[in-house]
Write a protein that binds this ligand. Structure first.
Ligand SMILES: Nc1ncnc2c1ncn2[C@@H]1O[C@H](COP(=O)(O)OP(=O)(O)OP(=O)(O)O)[C@@H](O)[C@H]1O
Ligand SMILES: [Mg+2]
Length: 298
């Protein structure tokens, strides 16, 4: 097995938050080696996190550390809580009535649910890309400029910021002559890269992606996967995916979740293990992970 070892030398020290099927073949040939946890610590840490929707315990046992400048993948069967956990990492779940988080989620050392923490600032610094491309019905330019404008970000030159964001999302060449054209006229794959450009424009440190390729064809999917490595040089990426090959291709670390029914038949999701991707897919510690990745379960 060949590992593409990256030194992770671009890791940045972030700022603290200001208070306010059997036989399935998973290709590990190109698996990426996990980088050592940077000395300045992980970007996001979850300690004993549980998430409820009203009285329903949706997911528990979430203990994870997401390293800076790595891609981490969350996998597991439907309903095991992947999206729930992802949405809690930037307080997007605050917008879901009845959602409640227990335990501790720290971003750059600060409890993001702590008193005085501004959830809008959390969401700016931890951006999100959704399953279905969701550009605004505006021009390509205005989609990218939207975040910086509404957050009143200090921007020296908006044209430069728009270009830089579109370049980083690997879509500049396809749209540079049509920046005033409607974002809705782009293909699904282009729209998703535009949404990545929109997320990047507010200069986040972390980007969360919930099945970003599930609505895309294989070529558009490959473009996003190719982009992932470059994005990780600058951002910390956490991606939910149903596609195990994709997790093996793009991530350095993988978290496997499952859902088990209790005595009342309520299915609660739980984190089973979180480890280097190569280990999860070749020699997992837990037999439930083994069963899932070999296609015997889920
Ligand atoms: N807004 C909500 N209100 C109530 N329960 C919810 C809500 N969203 C999710 N749940 C429940 O929480 C559990 C976890 O759901 P979640 O969507 O996080 O799973 P998932 O792993 O992302 O699944 P999938 O792979 O199908 O996207 C499920 O039992 C689900 O029914
Ligand atoms: Mg989901």
């Amino acid at each position: 097995m060949t590992h593409t070892v990256s030194t992770g030398g671009t890791a940045r020290a972030g700022r603290a938050l200001t208070p306010k099927a059997p036989g399935m073949h998973i290709d590990l040939e190109h698996a990426k080696a996990a980088r050592p946890v940077s000395r300045s610590g992980p970007a996001i840490t979850c300690d004993d996190v549980k998430v409820f929707y009203k009285d329903f315990l949706a997911v528990r046992d979430v203990n994870m550390q997401f390293n800076r400048n790595e891609v981490s993948a969350l996998i597991g069967p439907s309903g095991c809580g992947k999206s729930t956990v992802l949405r809690c990492l930037n307080r997007m779940n605050d917008l879901v009535p009845g959602a409640r988080v227990e335990g501790m989620i720290r971003f750059e050392g600060t409890n993001i649910y702590g008193e005085g923490v501004d959830s809008a600032e959390v969401r700016r610094r931890i951006g999100m890309v959704f399953q279905k491309p969701n550009p605004f019905p505006k021009s390509i330019y205005d989609n990218v400029a939207y975040g910086p404008r509404v957050t009143k970000m200090q921007v020296d030159n908006m044209d430069d910021l728009v270009e830089e964001s579109l370049r980083k999302a690997a879509i500049w060449d396809e749209v540079k002559s049509n920046l005033k054209g409607s974002a809705l006229s782009l293909s699904g794959g282009q729209q998703q890269r535009l949404c990545i450009a929109r997320a990047i424009a507010t200069k986040p440190e972390v980007i969360l992606m919930d099945e970003p390729c599930s609505a895309l064809d294989p070529i558009a999917t490959l473009k996003i996967e190719d982009l992932m490595d470059d994005l990780a040089k600058e951002f910390t990426i956490i991606i939910v995916t149903h596609n195990m090959q994709q997790a093996a291709r793009v991530s350095q670390r993988t978290a496997f979740f499952t859902a088990e029914a209790d005595e009342h038949g309520d299915r609660t999701g739980r984190l089973v293990e979180f480890d280097e991707t190569a280990k999860i897919f070749s020699n997992p510690s837990d037999e439930r992970t083994e069963a899932y990745i070999s296609g015997r379960f889920g």
